[in-house]
Design a protein around this ligand. Structure first.
Ligand code: BGC
Length: 848
């Protein structure tokens, strides 16, 4: 380990130009190396639901965990910490040193395109769950990254939007989760694309104060990918690392700025010092890199991912239908397009190629095998671009193997390079010298006759031919600079072709490669959509025939994806009609909602039960079956309030006006906003049922507390049902009659307890001092107002049967040093891995 003096000696060995070179990435994911000081490159890769590794390649699969909303819905920090450890092991297996997660932005509007990737509407819950993930990742020697600092809560014009937010809301709401991550020791913070109050975040004074000064962050501040567009202001503001590289914003321009005296060389040295310290933490400085570390056996990983998915699944409503008794069912109907094609993850930079994907249908079939007959009917198909070609639909015309043939052609159309791939979604086709065109060839064997929808996605000159006939051809100009859209989810252009069942056709898709426009190309195909009435009729018939019906509906790739906000939260009309028809045909209907964020459920009172598995990750189907048939209790509680209809939500705006997005609601987002507006949502923050019932019997708390100090309240609850269960006991605060404006009431803490039927148990809920303080805008600091504080306990922001009052004494400026999040000290890697059997990476490779 080097000390500061030794690091200074290393810095002295470098010229200004050599130092500046280290401050911009060497490529998309790697930092620059400097042999003169034994600095090796270190690698970053996106999370949070899995670690993709430094390439978009379906052959490099990853463990896919449930999406962030599902993790927050567990309200289980030790579990999240363990999942963080698993992500770290994935990172090490893939040679990744820093995971670009967690995403600590908030669910401000239900329309937020990355809602699925963020934890919650609430700053305290987001901070606690985020800190747990950070602890888990970092306990295993991998850096976590708190992103996107700050107020990057929606996607519309995200590269330029100027978020206008008052100082109080900024500190109490939007900065708070980042403060929690820093208190948990996070090694990296990512500065967002957006601006806050007039200054773009990569040049924002917020990078210094509070991040470095008040919170004492000593790690690395990295830019979001492509977020640095200027030199001097960003370098002076405290940013350390520009990603990706090569890029020109710093480099020579920064060298010149220092040489001409516009920036002190000391500022560059400070950045290099932080980068060296960081590299050393990650094993990339000095002694040889010891990674990769241990891996976890695939069976154990799958069991943990399945447990996590069940733990985050929220039972929103249950009219005595769940759990289903598998022993009493002869026939079960599993209905809906999402049943067979369950969405395990949302779209965008966080995407991975999962090792496996267990659909709802597969999970249910596996559980009922040998016990009950499973009927599957897809029902109406949700609208949207067709799915990318995969091994089920086509073969490589050259080898005959399932999948496609990728060819790289020169300007004359001659083949430079070819390889077999298993997907039509090729985001990073290998570039070879002289490459001019990327081509995908696939032999498609239609199983149905009719008008197939075929699509090609990308930018620039593209064509799609079917058996030599041109179906699509043209110049599709790049109308966005957003990297998530350019490189990950380019828009699809579609046309229809009449195909006959069993008659192969050859698809040839081409995209010309133009520097600066990305090189992603996606070829997709969908069979003719069945007639909607006939599809509904078939679903109704199956539901009628069955002893129970499970209807799975959800959002599409087009709907929940980074780079764009949602336009509505209603499902496709055909999906709502499907649930209604199935529920009308069978009173034992369970509606399963496969989405990462809120959807409207106009039928929620008509079905027997509503289950929300979110985007459940690779083991979703198995976890769903565990919950449906009572093997596991649905452990989840909503981390965000769900409206009945979008128009009811107090905050929905994601569209900037004249470049500005005004957070006029101030502190009042999420349940706070609903309470202030006096409106009732479909389901409150914190809501979720288990398979038993609970009575809230007694709340005891201190009569007085010194302002600025934490306190503990005790909540006695009794399991009044017939099964053992876990209850998430929540505490909220209110300050009636206070001089300062507060939310009507707000979330302050929780504790999860377990009890057998009939047993009482006392939850000890710690109320941290930070949830009682407020940001005094005039003084520019924290204060805690003395006076009466109402403490409420219950099961959601809208169901709080117990109340007590605590008197806050004194008027102390609140501590400026953040308290540790959660009640748990950081665990070691060994503790976190616990009963997960580990193996060396070589053994794991042998296991495949
Ligand atoms: C996203 C980040 C991501 C980065 C690298 C950006 O477009 O906003 O969350 O980490 O790309 O993929």
């Amino acid at each position: 380990m080097h000390d500061e003096d030794e690091r200074d000696r290393l810095i002295d060995k470098l010229t200004l130009r050599a130092k500046v070179r280290l401050l911009t990435g060497a490529d998309t994911w790697r930092t620059a190396a400097e042999p003169a000081v034994q600095l090796r490159p270190w690698v970053m890769s996106d999370g949070p639901a899995g670690v993709r590794g430094p390439s978009w390649d379906e052959r490099r699969t990853s463990v896919l965990l449930p999406s962030a909303t599902a993790l927050a819905a567990t309200w289980d920090e030790p579990l999240v910490e363990r999942l963080g450890a698993l992500l770290a092991l994935e990172a090490r297996r893939k040679g990744v040193h820093a995971v670009l997660a967690p995403n600590l932005n908030l669910h401000r509007s239900p329309l937020g395109g990355r809602h699925f990737e963020c934890f919650s509407e609430d700053p305290e819950l987001t901070g606690r769950i985020g800190a747990a993930l950070v602890r888990g990742i970092q306990a295993c020697g991998v850096a976590a990254t708190a992103k996107h600092y700050v107020a990057n809560d929606s996607e519309t014009d995200r590269l330029t939007v100027d978020v206008r937010v008052g100082q109080r809301a900024l500190h109490e709401v939007y900065l708070a989760p980042f403060e929690a991550a820093v208190a948990a020791g996070v090694h990296m913070v990512m500065a967002g694309y957006n601006a806050v109050n007039g200054t773009t975040m990569t040049a924002s004074p917020l990078l210094t104060d509070p991040l470095r000064t008040a919170w004492g962050f000593d790690g690395v501040i990295v830019s979001d990918w492509g977020a640095v567009r200027t030199t001097l202001d960003t370098a002076a503001a405290g940013l350390d690392l520009v990603m990706p590289g090569p890029a020109e914003a710093w480099g020579e321009a920064l060298v010149r700025a220092v040489e001409e005296g516009h920036l002190a060389e000391q500022v560059v040295d400070d950045k290099v010092r932080r980068l060296l310290r960081h590299a050393e933490r990650l094993g990339a400085l000095g002694r040889p890199d010891p990674r990769p570390g241990p891996g976890v056996r695939p069976g154990a990983v799958r069991a943990l991912a399945r447990r996590a998915a069940a733990a985050g699944t929220v039972l929103l409503a249950n009219r005595g239908v769940l759990p289903l008794d598998a022993g009493r069912l002869a026939t079960v109907a599993v209905i809906g397009a999402h049943a067979a094609r369950t969405r395990g993850q949302g779209g965008g930079s966080a995407g991975v190629f999962p090792q496996a994907e267990i659909s709802a249908l597969r999970g249910i079939r596996a559980r009922l095998r040998g016990r009950a007959r499973v009927l599957h009917v897809p029902g109406p198909v949700p609208a949207g671009p067709p799915p990318a070609l995969d091994t089920k639909l086509c073969t490589d015309p050259r080898s005959g193997a399932p999948g496609v043939l990728l060819r790289m052609l020169d300007a004359g159309g001659s083949e430079l390079y070819a390889e077999h791939r298993s997907t039509g979604r090729l985001l990073e086709p290998r570039l070879v010298p002289g490459a001019h065109t990327v081509e995908i060839n696939a032999r498609l064997r239609p199983r149905v006759t009719g008008a197939w929808t075929l699509g090609i996605a990308g930018f620039g000159r593209m064509s799609l031919r079917v058996d030599g006939r041109t179906l699509l051809e043209g110049d599709f100009p790049q109308d966005t600079d957003d990297p998530a859209l350019v490189h990950v989810s380019p828009p699809a252009h579609c046309a229809t072709a009449h195909l006959a069942a069993g008659e192969d056709v050859l698809l040839v898709a081409r995209r010309a490669l133009v520097p600066g426009t990305g090189r992603a190309v996606v070829v997709s195909a969908a069979p003719p959509a069945p007639d909607e009435d006939a599809a509904l009729e078939a679903a109704t018939r199956a539901a009628r025939e069955a002893d129970a019906a499970i209807v799975v509906v959800g959002t599409t790739e087009h709907d929940e994806c980074e780079g764009r906000d949602r336009l509505r939260i209603a499902l496709e009309p055909g999906q709502d009609a499907l649930v209604r028809a199935v529920a009308a045909a069978n009173p034992r209907t369970v509606a399963v909602v496969n989405s990462g964020g809120p959807v409207e459920m106009p039928w929620r009172e008509e079905v027997g039960a509503v289950l929300l598995p979110w985007f459940p990750g690779q083991e979703g189907g198995g976890a769903l079956a565990d919950v449906l048939f009572g093997h596991t209790e649905p452990g989840g509680r909503l981390p965000t309030t769900w409206p009945a209809v979008l128009g009811d939500a107090p905050v929905t705006g994601t569209r900037p006006v004249d470049g500005r997005l005004d957070y006029t609601e101030g502190l009042h987002i999420g349940h706070r906003g609903w309470l202030r507006a006096g409106r009732t949502p479909a389901y409150w923050f914190g809501h979720g049922l288990g398979y038993t019932t609970w009575a809230y019997e007694e709340l005891t708390g201190p009569a007085t507390v010194r302002a600025g100090e934490p306190f503990t309240v005790r909540v006695r609850v009794r399991n009044t049902g017939a099964r053992p269960g876990r209850e998430v006991v929540q505490v909220y605060l209110a300050r009636p009659g206070a001089a300062v404006e507060y939310p009507e009431r707000w979330f302050a803490g929780y504790a999860a307890v377990r009890a057998r039927p009939g047993a009482a148990v006392t939850a000890r809920v710690r109320v941290p001092a930070r949830v009682l303080r407020h940001w005094d805008e005039r003084a520019g600091g924290w204060r805690t107002e003395p006076g009466a504080c109402r403490v409420l306990a219950g099961r959601s922001a809208g169901d709080l049967p117990l109340t007590s009052v605590t008197e806050l004494l004194g008027d102390l400026p609140a501590a400026s040093v953040p308290e540790a999040q959660g009640d748990l000290p950081p665990a070691s890697m060994t503790e976190l891995l616990g009963d997960l059997p580990t193996a060396s990476v070589t053994e794991l490779r042998a296991e495949g």
